[in-house]
Write a protein that binds this ligand. Structure first.
Ligand SMILES: Nc1ncnc2c1ncn2[C@@H]1O[C@H](COP(=O)(O)OP(=O)(O)O)[C@@H](O)[C@H]1O
Ligand SMILES: [Mg+2]
Length: 437
């Protein structure tokens, strides 16, 4: 006995409505609703006799109609599984009916009932509408039943094939999804591994560097001797005074490097803890940095201008931010020719609730490959004059303030470094909400 299979035939695309498909597929196996067979012929003798024969021979629900229009009208309530229709009918003829049903119920089995004279037209219909079978009048009931069963079987096969295909497509999609998830996880792992390796290397380098820096730092107290010599002998012997100055300058530079290395190794690659952050006048930090750099030969050689239009407050670790500015100003001076101009300014942006400190120079500028490596530990283009630690430390300090350190640079034109920090109210708000449970 054949039972109807409700399968998601004619569904275009998949994946977009998986839940619906599941329901359909389950129905497919559970549904035991008998097939709806529509028999349409304008001759009541045909519908009577064939209708009765089919009811006796099958378990199908056979419904008969005398016109195509009447049959179409009944279909929405009970979609047809099979349509057997006469060819020549007044009003809607068989071909038009077949076309309409094919359109509305693409998986219905279509059969045409024709007189021998209409064979040509029947063949045309088969080609045009794609009907499955045609049966000649007068019909041989066994032959008709055979064709009917074959049609339904074919339909069921197609349906389960389609269902299997959909299932396969869905599994494929799932597989592709898991694969890409796997690839993502793998990439994540690789990056973490790389970071770990780098941290490990940095930690080793840091320990060594810190030991060396400590030693050098101890020796640097000897700078006092050079100054003493200058004071004692310098007035009498200008040559000695010059040597003493050279020693002093070199030692100051060394001292600055030692400070950078110590700072770096203390932080060990992480954001350094802020010692103390309190509402601070941002402009004051600039003034402090410049006052410390008063004796720095390279900075001294440049024309440094300070533009303070307002004096915004920010939540700062004053000593650390001063250190950032010293780093930036020294970089600017080192990139500039003697007499080059350096502009330091303070700005505020109410909308983004930020405060900016800008350090601009008209020095060498940086090509793309230098710009992309800024902040990388030990990256320096200054040979033995640089440690390549200044910007890494500076970035960490700025980020420790929830800020951003950014660079804009043109080779041969100069560089603009921007420190963007949350304004005082924004920082206090963030701190408050971070503390709240
Ligand atoms: N204002 C600037 N103009 C041109 N180049 C700069 C500037 N600031 C930084 N750089 C480049 O970035 C590199 C790294 O800077 P930094 O981390 O301070 O290390 P260092 O100054 O010891 O080299 C410098 O060697 C230089 O090439
Ligand atoms: Mg530097």
């Amino acid at each position: 006995m054949l039972f109807r299979v409700v399968a998601p035939l004619g569904v275009q695309g998949y994946g977009q409505d998986d839940a619906w498909l599941d329901v359909q597929r389950r129905k497919c196996y559970l549904s035991k609703v008998p097939y709806a067979v529509y028999l349409v012929d304008d001759d009541p003798l045909v519908t009577e006799s064939l209708g009765t024969a089919l009811r006796i021979e099958t378990t199908y629900d056979v419904v008969t109609f005398l016109s195509g229009t009447a049959a179409l009208g009944a279909m929405p309530d009970r979609p047809p599984d099979v349509l057997i229709t006469d060819f020549k009918m007044p009003g809607l003829d068989g071909l038009a009916l077949l076309r309409a049903v094919r359109q509305a119920y693409p998986d219905a089995v279509l059969m045409l009932l024709t007189g021998y004279a209409d064979k040509e037209s029947a063949i045309r219909a088969i080609n045009e509408v794609g009907i499955f079978q045609y049966v000649e009048k007068p019909w041989d009931l066994q032959d008709l039943l055979l064709k009917l069963r074959a049609g339904l079987e074919r339909r069921e096969l197609t349906a389960s094939l389609t269902a299997a295909n959909l299932d396969l497509a869905r599994r494929n999609e799932e597989l592709a999804r898991s694969l890409s998830e796997l690839a993502r996880a793998h990439e994540e792992l690789r990056k973490t591994h790389e970071r770990l390796l780098l941290n490990e290397r940095l930690a080793v380098v840091g320990r060594v560097a810190s030991g060396i820096a400590h030693e050098i730092g101890n020796q640097l107290t000897l700078v006092g001797y050079a100054q003493a010599i200058r004071e004692k002998v310098g007035a009498r012997d200008p040559q000695v005074a010059e040597y003493a100055d050279i020693i002093t300058t070199a030692q100051k530079r060394l001292a600055a490097m030692v400070t950078e290395i110590k700072d770096f190794t203390r932080g060990n690659g992480d954001v350094p803890p802020l010692l103390s952050s309190e509402p601070t006048d941002v402009a004051l930090v600039i003034e402090e940095a410049l006052s410390i750099l008063r004796y720095d030969d390279e900075v001294k050689a440049c024309k440094t201008k300070v533009l303070i239009e307002s004096r915004p407050l920010a939540l700062l670790d004053r000593a650390k931010l001063t250190q950032v500015l010293i780093n930036l100003l020294r970089n600017a001076a080192q990139a500039s020719k003697p007499g080059g101009e350096i502009l330091v300014s303070v700005g505020e942006d109410a909308e983004s609730r930020t405060v900016q400190i800008l350090v601009e120079d008209e020095g060498t500028g940086m090509p793309e490959d230098v710009l992309s490596r800024l902040g990388e530990p030990f990256f320096s283009t200054k040979g033995e004059r640089g440690t390549g630690l200044g910007l890494g430390i500076s970035r960490r300090i700025v980020e420790g303030h929830d800020g951003v350190l950014s660079f804009a640079s043109q080779v041969g034109q100069g560089t603009r470094v921007t420190i963007t920090l949350p304004s005082l109210d924004a920082a206090l708000e963030r701190k408050g909400s971070a503390r709240a449970p």
